[in-house]
Design a protein around this ligand. Structure first.
Ligand code: DC
Length: 222
């Protein structure tokens, strides 16, 4: 057993806008664990490639960009090449670009070690699409967190509006479906519920309730 494998990981995977980021952050704060938002790495890879004028379907070139990303996380802020890109990586264009580059196997490989490096004492809560299947298959707890497409679209719309962006529910539903479809049907590391993952449907429960549930599962296991 390697030293890292003694460090507990809680893997929270699920579709776009299911609330997994909020729940993962609440759980990591409650346990004093580190937090990995793996989607942000794909968002950063897509953004860096666009900024460098690299075509997003040029697998080798995007993977090269991903391998050499100069990124820094500071509180809730994210920096790329020393520029604050916290807002940039959350735009709808960045979301779709992230989903596109995430479908390229070489890009996923380029980001693997960077994700595993987040596994540090006293523990890690990681959210994404393949945390439990590929990056941390030995995670102590795996959760598949989901919600109906309507609930997810409503949350995403509220989030966009609260940031002063215009958002129309039907468009958001359409965009979520495109990403769900791409993230779930790609040949490499597709999003799917694993047999050993707990299913958590948050359509009708709050983020607080969802986080309590994850904590209870985790405490029941260690
Ligand atoms: O979680 P998110 O919406 O920020 O992720 C952005 C995109 O990155 C998402 O459409 C799929 C991809 N992604 C992935 O393929 N694997 C992960 N572990 C995390 C995100």
């Amino acid at each position: 057993m390697s030293a890292e494998s003694n460090i507990p990981v809680i893997a929270i995977d699920g579709p776009t806008a299911s609330g997994k980021g909020t729940v993962a952050q609440m759980v990591s704060a409650a346990l004093g664990f580190h937090y990995l938002d793996s989607g942000s790495l794909y968002r950063l890879a897509g953004l860096a490639a666009s900024k460098r004028g690299v075509a997003l379907d040029d697998e080798t070139a995007v993977a090269e960009v991903a391998r050499h990303l100069d990124i820094r996380f500071s509180g809730n802020d994210v920096f790329l090449d020393n520029q604050n890109v916290t807002e940039d990586i959350r735009s709808e264009t960045s979301s779709q670009n992230a989903s596109r580059v995430a479908a390229l196997p070489a890009v996923r490989t380029a980001l693997t070690d960077r994700q595993r490096a987040f596994r540090q004492a006293p523990g890690l809560v990681a959210d994404g699409r393949d945390m439990g299947s590929v990056i941390f298959p030995d995670a102590q707890l795996k959760v598949f967190l989901t919600a109906s497409v309507e609930a997810r679209a409503q949350r995403r719309t509220n989030q966009l509006k609260s940031k002063g962006n215009s958002a129309i529910l039907v468009d958001v539903v359409k965009e979520l479906r495109i990403r769900d479809e791409r993230d779930s049907n790609r040949p490499v590391a597709p999003l799917k519920k694993l047999d050993d993952a707990y299913l958590l449907d948050t359509t009708a429960i709050s983020a607080d309730e969802a986080a309590s549930k994850v904590l209870a599962w985790f405490k029941g296991q260690v």
